[in-house]
Structures are given as structure tokens and as C-alpha cells.
Design a protein. Structure first.
Length: 187
């Protein structure tokens, strides 16, 4: 009993500290926060989106193809089995970003495109939805920076639906449109 009296105060202190510690922990209950994600929405966002493109002309397997959104013309040609020996790949923009319901025509080296006489040179009809900067630069009144603006506009806004839509491009007004109208197409 003597030993118990000797350690009685130490035991009481330990019990008090434990009670105080337990009470302070009880006030700070641990909480687990759960964040619930809508997995259906996330899976759809993570899944690749697809578009449908019709490719015609000088490719081995013309037809309608399901391609990943933001695919390019050269990728579509590859999916279609590649180009034929008669394909005029210089006549199209191989880096063009594809858009749903678009038709891509790969012309033949044997195709005769209509030409219009200009005082400076002969200019063929240019597809403003697929032409390269160099091709657009051939148009009367269109310089390299405006040609680049046309390509940038097309990338950011999709293909031109109407010829007059080209006037939405910075630097092309009615007078410039009048100069190029006979030399451009959207098909």
C-alpha cells in the first residue's frame, strides 16, 4: 500500500491527462470528405470524339470514314488506303483539319481545272477550304499575311460555307472579294 500511496499522484495525473486528451480529441472528430464524380460525364469527356468524312477521287478506297475529331487530310488519305499513282497531292492541303460532314476530293494529275486569264498570270480556281498559304497567295490582292489569315480563320472557325464568308477574314473587304470571286470555290 505504501507503494500505491507513493505513485497515487502520478497515476491520477496520467488518468487526468488521458481524460483531457480524450476529450479534446473527441471534439475534433476525424472526417473523411468524399468527392463524388459523375463518371458517365468524365468518361464521355475522355472518350475520343468522332466525325464522318467523305473522301473521293484518287484514293485507293474512296468512301465515308469515321475519324477522330481534329484529324488531318493526310491521315484520312492513309485510312483510305493511300493515294493512287494519278493523285495530284500538290493540289490539296494535306495538313487541313477535318470537320464533320466534309467532302475531301483528291484530284487527278489528269484533271483539267478551269483557268482564268489574269493580266499577271494564269490562276486556276482555288478551293479556299483546302488551299495552302502558297496557293492562296496566288490570288489577286491576297498577300502572304492575308493568305495566312485565311488559313488561320479556317482552322479556328471551320470551313467556309459560302464564298462571301471569306469577307469575315481580316483584310478582305468587298473590293478584295470582287477581285478574287471568280478564282475561288468552296467545293
Amino acid at each position: 500500500m505504501n507503494v500505491l500511496k507513493k505513485y497515487k499522484y502520478i497515476l491520477i495525473c496520467i488518468v487526468v491527462v488521458m481524460l483531457i486528451g480524450g476529450l479534446s480529441l473527441k471534439g475534433k472528430e476525424e472526417t473523411n470528405e468524399f468527392v463524388i464524380f459523375n463518371t458517365d460525364t468524365e468518361e464521355k469527356d475522355l472518350q475520343e470524339r468522332f466525325i464522318y468524312i467523305d473522301i473521293k477521287g484518287e484514293v485507293r478506297n474512296p468512301g465515308v470514314y469515321k475519324v477522330a475529331e481534329f484529324s488531318r487530310v493526310f491521315q484520312l488519305i492513309s485510312m483510305a488506303g493511300g493515294s493512287t499513282n494519278y493523285a495530284d497531292l500538290d493540289a490539296i492541303n494535306l495538313s487541313l483539319i477535318l470537320h464533320d460532314q466534309q467532302v475531301i476530293y483528291v484530284p487527278s494529275l489528269l484533271d483539267e481545272l478551269p483557268r482564268y486569264s489574269d493580266s499577271n498570270s494564269d490562276i486556276s480556281v482555288i478551293n479556299i477550304n483546302s488551299a495552302s498559304v502558297n496557293e492562296l497567295d496566288l490570288l489577286p490582292g491576297i498577300g502572304p499575311s492575308t493568305a495566312q489569315s485565311i488559313v488561320d480563320y479556317r482552322i479556328n472557325n471551320g470551313p467556309f460555307i459560302d464564298l462571301k464568308d471569306i469577307m469575315n477574314v481580316s483584310g478582305i473587304g468587298e473590293s478584295t472579294f470582287a477581285k478574287i470571286e471568280d478564282y475561288i470555290t468552296i467545293n
